[in-house]
Design a protein around this ligand. Structure first.
Ligand code: ADP
Ligand code: MG
Length: 322
């Protein structure tokens, strides 16, 4: 039986840290950070709960990836550069196979982003994974939700809806070919946080957030905080590769209200169109222009005839959804 100390040592003390901003990592009562002089720290936590955010038997490698990915995505949405993270883990048992898969998935992604595990807590209990992540950003350059301006274009990175399609496949709401379901499920279990794009959009984008609960609802947060409205053409929304082959109805529904996309939705003034395209090209991230920020309140979605579409715009809410 693994002791708590061995568990941490074997599975979580994995990175050789040579970054001078991390004065002390795992091992003492606290980690010590020395941020680059003049930079602000951007801090965010995301908790993933078994049975709520993932299936209890989820593949541990993909789960390790996803837990860190959703946290990195919050830094991306702010335009912050990843620096470090802590991991608070509640585990039903010390299962070496699970732990090694989980830690490999997590560290692979951490390595790609130069982000270091600097501490955490480990306890026995229902499977529950909480990461707190730290990033750096020059003061005044964060991409905030309250910064959208009338006349801004609305942009989306990558494409939307394949993760939601995969979920519909698991629920048997939709019949998918097995290969299609597998490919869509990868988008659900292994999201790609858009950190390089987020950093490249500093000084270009006004407002930004990452889409976790569905575009319509998440964009709503920008509109509310910025006190503006938006108009969007629904058929301009970029659909995931698998979703593209589904009916128009489903494409519309899942691009607009799906969830688990972890793409960025951001606004930028018209004169920055070329700069946004260049930021996308430099970071190898597709970007699509899908609408405009207008005066007023709320989101108006237009159909192919430029008529307002009557759609039930639902967003995910843990306390409203059973
Ligand atoms: P304390 O009892 O002082 O909180 P712990 O025994 O819980 O310390 O942890 C010892 C060290 O291991 C600390 O530096 C802590 O940050 C780190 N640690 C504990 N759990 C984890 C984990 N899941 N991932 C990374 N570091 C961890
Ligand atoms: Mg502790």
């Amino acid at each position: 039986m693994l002791s708590e100390f061995d568990l941490i040592q074997n599975y979580f003390v994995k990175q050789l840290i040579t970054d001078s901003r991390i004065a002390m990592g795992i091992g003492d009562d606290c980690a010590l950070l020395q941020p680059t002089p003049g930079m602000q720290l951007a801090i965010s936590s995301d908790m993933l709960v078994s049975g709520r955010h993932f299936f209890a038997d989820a593949d541990p490698h993909m789960l390790g990836h996803k837990c860190l990915a959703v946290n990195l995505s919050d830094l991306a949405a702010m335009g912050a550069q990843p620096l470090a993270f802590t991991l608070a883990l509640s585990l039903p048992e010390a299962n070496p196979k699970w732990l090694s898969g989980f830690s490999r998935g997590m560290f692979q992604l951490a390595q790609q982003h130069g982000c270091y595990l600097i501490g955490g807590d480990t306890t026995k209990g229902p499977l529950n994974i909480c990461i707190t992540i730290f990033g750096e950003i020059p003061p005044g350059q964060a991409l905030r939700r309250d910064a959208a301006q009338v006349g801004d274009d609305i942009w989306i990175s990558g494409d939307l809806g394949d993760a939601r399609l995969a979920l519909a496949g698991y629920w048997n709401d939709i019949k998918l070919e097995q290969a299609d379901h597998q490919q869509a499920a990868l988008r659900m279990h292994m999201p790609t946080p858009r950190n390089a794009l987020g950093v490249a959009l500093r000084g270009i984008a006004h407002a930004a957030l990452d889409i976790s609960d569905g575009l319509a609802g998440d964009l709503g947060h920008i509109l509310e905080r910025s006190d503006v409205g938006a108009i969007m053409e629904i058929d301009l929304l970029p659909a995931g590769l698998i979703l593209q082959r589904q009916s128009r109805e489903l494409r519309r529904q899942f691009t607009l209200t799906g969830g688990d996309d972890y793409e960025l939705c951001f606004t930028a003034p018209e004169e920055k169109r070329d700069a946004v395209m260049a930021a996308g090209a430099h970071t190898s991230t597709p970007v699509s222009r899908v609408g405009k920020i207008v005066e007023g309140k709320g989101l108006t979605v237009l159909d192919q005839h430029m008529q307002p579409l009557q759609m039930d715009i639902q967003t995910f809410d843990h306390f409203k959804t059973p």
